[in-house]
Design a protein around this ligand. Structure first.
Ligand SMILES: Cc1ncc(COP(=O)(O)O)c(C=O)c1O
Length: 329
């Protein structure tokens, strides 16, 4: 059994998820692999695996939030993640042998087998498994795994210093950004390392047309004069599930939302900027390229969105019970 969930007070709610950081190597966790649930350490592949060499795979990232009061783990938007997973599989010519419902049920079984009592990250991955050299996506054997490990915040949710990266986001005609294809994440790793090495917390990537695309593993929003603005799905972004949660929460609360191209310099004059994602959750950016964003502190809009978000994801918002699914019966 994995534990780590204490009673969560409102300060901790704003602190995001509780648990190990994403830089820690996992030494515990459970995997579903080749039709069986097993300890993560036992789910192994060959060094000749096609996907290991050419990035010919796709993945998802799903969170499950522990609710100490209810003694249950809540999967957030699991069906939506598996729908996107199936789209990514189609993009990379992988035949997913399971329906969305089967994948959700498998995930619940995996969490039950692990008996997690803490916030958890679930990573489905499908890949070209053949030990073959040829550069192709066709006539190769596919494999699929899902693993679950304890995970806290991926990035700080209090206030980040970001830089606009010199690395451009891959364009749709190079590698489709709307799918979570394993190989394309080198793009994010290059931008992210560059930002860290220059002393920043996060990278913001521009698309090849020079407009703002997204963060390194997160979608981006700005607030200007009370309106939330986010790049459209045609701006080489991943069509983020947290992005649509934020857009729904904003609309329900009468906050206008626009999907339109964002210029780099709008980042400098925005009242607020924040990143969204399963890993990132909702993370305010308080400085970009050495310029203070808004007041230089977490702004009121993002604070309000974070409060609503962290309540809903732990299953505590009666209006959004359909966003979550209890993992334990
Ligand atoms: C490149 C990229 N953009 C955006 C996101 C945010 O998407 P979601 O909210 O569905 O996790 C992610 C994270 O999964 C990502 O990898």
């Amino acid at each position: 059994m994995f534990s780590g969930g204490e009673n969560i007070n409102s300060e901790q709610v704003l602190a995001g998820a509780a648990g190990p950081s994403p830089t820690q190597e996992f030494d515990e966790g459970m995997a579903f692999f080749r039709g069986r649930i097993m300890p993560l350490a036992e789910a192994q592949v060959s060094v000749a695996t096609h996907a290991l060499h050419y990035g010919t795979g796709c993945f998802e990232g799903i969170r499950a939030y522990w609710n100490e009061e209810r003694q249950n783990l809540y999967l957030l938007k699991a069906a939506e993640h598996y729908e996107r997973f199936q789209d990514s599989c189609r993009m990379i010519r992988i035949t997913c042998p399971y329906t969305v419902e089967e994948l959700v049920e498998t995930t619940r079984a995996l969490l039950n087998a692990g008996g997690f009592r803490c916030d958890v990250y679930i990573r489905p991955v499908a890949f070209k498994a053949s030990r073959v050299i040829k550069l192709t996506l066709r006539e190769l054997r596919d494999d699929l795994a899902v693993y679950a490990v304890p995970l806290g915040n991926y990035i700080d949710v209090g206030g980040l210093r970001a830089m606009v990266s010199a690395w451009a986001r891959v364009s749709d005609n190079a590698i489709p950004a709307r799918s979570k294809l394993t190989g394309s994440y080198v793009n994010m790793a290059l931008a992210s390392d560059d930002a860290h090495e220059k002393g920043y917390d996060e990278a913001i990537l521009l698309g090849s047309d020079g407009h703002v695309s997204e963060g390194a593993g997160s979608n981006l929003f700005i607030a200007r004069r009370g309106t939330l603005i986010t790049p459209p799905v045609t701006a080489d972004i991943l069509e983020g599930i947290t992005r649509s949660i934020v857009m729904d929460l904003a609309k329900e609360n009468g906050i206008p939302v626009e999907e339109r191209l964002i210029d780099r310099t709008e980042l400098y004059v925005a009242d607020e900027v924040f990143l969204t994602g399963t890993g990132a959750q909702i993370a305010p950016v308080t400085e970009i390229d050495g310029r203070t964003v808004g007041s230089g502190r977490r702004g009121p809009l993002v604070e309000h969105l974070q409060e609503m978000f962290f309540r809903a994801v732990r299953g505590d918002d009666p209006a959004h019970q359909d966003w979550v699914m209890a993992a334990y019966d």
